[in-house]
Design a protein around this ligand. Structure first.
Ligand SMILES: [Ca+2]
Length: 325
């Protein structure tokens, strides 16, 4: 069976690592219809060097050596990042639990790689995006029409009801709203997983134990356990979960939606980005009135996830991953 091609655009970062881990587990499994073609890593959560290293480390950890990982080579003017949340290595200093990468390092521009990969698999490839739309907007600018040659673009971004950086703006929009606007204005294949859905699901250490407890004590299980502990700590510290003992698996939902779309519900909505509001700049505005604009782009927005079904799927996936431990 021919597998469907995937590209993962990410900035790992702790919650990205969950997305990356499951994308790589899926890539290794014979029982799924998808195949990762490449991973583009970008600066933001932590430095470009560290997000790239985390991409390589996770490939090595899962045993994937046939997927190229690409580094962000843009000149970065702003030196800020989220290392105060993710720590300097991006994963709470847990990189010491991961193998040293032996996969050859690369230096090709990630935007060009994205364009080349889409052209290789036109109307077949799906893009998973777990950071702002910077690369996608740059690819579209360089090669107009390229984004609509993707089958789907599945992204964790946006919000119906409020932001997590400002009262109205979600992080992945706020960080690069110009790119968000450019992408939503042209793409007709977007699937958005908004903050409202990712924040409706607090993943707890007990959830982790539900699948880790059923398998042998292994380095794979131990890494997931420690990563869970770290992310729970940061979510509590920054009051993300309103002191509930758990964390939001924001980025992971992109991969899980791809694998288990029947566990999610959604609808098509007309979406825009507010660019000028005094108190609402970079807010995402949804038109629920069923009066689409003339130039309305088809945007599928996830509105709900089946928590129990989701956790059941994780148990099975991880058993498969850990069976040789
Ligand atoms: Ca991310």
């Amino acid at each position: 069976m021919k597998k469907l091609p995937l590209l993962l655009d990410c900035d790992p970062g702790a919650d990205d690592v969950f997305a990356l881990l499951w994308a790589l587990i899926m890539h290794q499994s014979d029982n799924n219809p998808f195949e990762l073609q490449c991973i583009t890593t970008l600066w933001w959560n932590v430095s470009a060097d560290n997000t790239y290293l985390n991409g390589l480390r996770m490939c090595e950890f899962v045993g994937v050596t046939n997927v190229p990982v690409w580094k962000d080579t843009r000149p970065i003017e702003w030196s800020g990042d989220a290392s105060h949340i993710h720590w300097s290595d991006g994963i709470g200093n847990l990189s010491t639990m991961l193998p040293q990468p032996t996969i050859p390092k690369t230096s090709i521009d990630s935007v060009q790689l994205m364009i080349d990969t889409i052209k290789k698999y036109p109307w077949e490839i799906t893009l998973l995006v777990t950071w702002p739309m910077t690369n996608l907007a740059a690819a579209e600018k360089k090669e107009p029409g390229i984004l609509n040659q993707c089958k789907y673009i599945i992204a964790m971004w946006w919000s119906f009801s409020g932001g997590n950086v400002t009262p109205t703006s979600e992080f992945n929009v706020w960080y690069d709203a110009a790119s968000a606007k450019q992408v939503v204005d042209v793409a007709n294949n977007l699937i958005m997983i908004p903050l409202d859905v990712t924040q409706s699901f607090v993943y707890t250490p007990e959830d982790s134990e539900q699948f880790l407890g059923e398998i042998n004590h292994s380095n794979k299980a131990e890494f997931v356990r420690e990563l869970t502990k770290f992310v729970v700590g940061t979510n509590r510290k920054f009051r993300e979960t309103h002191y509930q003992n758990g964390f939001f698996v924001h980025d992971g939902h992109t991969v899980w939606f791809l694998l288990y779309p029947h566990l999610y519900r959604g609808t098509f909505i007309d979406v825009r980005v507010e660019t000028q509001g005094e108190f609402t700049q970079w807010q995402t505005v949804w038109d629920w009135r069923n009066h689409p604009r003339k130039d309305y782009k088809k945007t599928y927005v996830i509105t709900d996830v089946d928590r129990d079904g989701f956790l059941e799927a994780l148990v099975q996936d991880f058993k498969e991953f850990d069976r040789d431990a």
